[in-house]
Ligand binder design. Sequence first.
Ligand SMILES: [Zn+2]
Length: 438
Amino acid sequence: MNYKKISVASVAVGMFAASAAFAQNAEIATWSGFRKGAASFTFDDGAPSHVTDAGPTFKKYGYKATFNLVVNWNPNWSGFQGLADEGHEIASHSNSHGNNMSGEEASSKKSIENHIKQKYGIVTVAYPNCNVPNESAVLQNYIVGRICNGSWQGMSDAMGKDGPSNWAKTPAIMTGSEGQLKSTNDFTGQMQNVVKSNGWVAFLTHGFQGKTNGNANYSPTDLNAIDGALKWAQQNDKDIWVAPMGSVAMYIKERKASKIEPQDGGAANTMTFELKHSIADNISKYDYPLSIKVKTDWTKVEVTQGDAKLESKVDGGYVYFDAVPNAGKIVVKNADAAAPESSSSAPESSSSEAELSSSSTTGLIEQAFDGRHLAAYVDASGYITVQNAQGLNITVFNSLGNIIRTTKGIGCEQKVYTGAKGVYVVKIGNRAWSLKIK
Ligand SMILES: [Zn+2]
């Protein structure tokens, strides 16, 4: 096993990151949300069941996948547009499903873009029959070219934190009756491995057992196995980042090319940063938000970028937020210093806040917070926000009763979720609030 190799490498990376953070006071996360690993679910051949069965399953857990369509197989365009509207990625799997893409690298991208509107257009492709086509045509049109199992080409199945060595050969592990992954445990085992190695794993699924699969009849997968995998991911959401191929690829490319640098001349109670990269191609905008942490003694902060207020949290001497590269100066402001005392609605004194955020065991926090004033509300910018939930489980349900967010209480005030207008239920510990996002 190469376990030793992995742990030595991650220690070295950790040390480098720590010294860079000390020098710059700011650090870009390896993965979104400072999670430890990433996983992408991809679905080939545009099966009817992808719309009718995969979509609702992913919706249940709030995760997004990648759906690779074959133009000439007449996919359910409006159904897949619906998935795109919910934040899933629609991607290419060629026009005719011929070997080596039959030269359809550019034309299939165009054809699908004629049917499907999504933010970045069609930016990733999965090769029919696992054959790598013209690599330069792929890389002129897509940020990811997906093969099948890496091990089928003498590579490894999972990737490291920087993705594949060649973006035209991004591996994904086949699932289902003909594939390596059949059960929930098979999926979660792979996700546990990338959490340990700080890597990225992608899954390749066709249709589902007992569902309407159209042309996607190769290697059907038990949908319950995927349901269980997503359930596990949700329970481990602080460690595993589940996101479409295009999102993860953008994040990696931006993270590798970006620098976050402090700016001189800030006022005493503000810190100003620039987050920049110079990636330029005609495929993507590379404006996927990167997760940042900045060292601070402040217990309450407000973070803005340009005109936008960013969701942030303070924990363990850092402020955490997501910012978009090349989108203007980031300003971190000491909110305690800026706000007049009487206008603060937070019931706790600032000294107890400081004590709590530096304390690290849940048990201590719960004891210290006996008789705490729990609160949940929708703030002016439309975020479901909770107060004094340190150490408690927070769950947000939509009006159908589906769980759309689970997290742990951190910090005295915490933005938890924002989404479409409607009624939501937020549960903190064993208490619940019904809230409306307008
Ligand atoms: Zn296929």
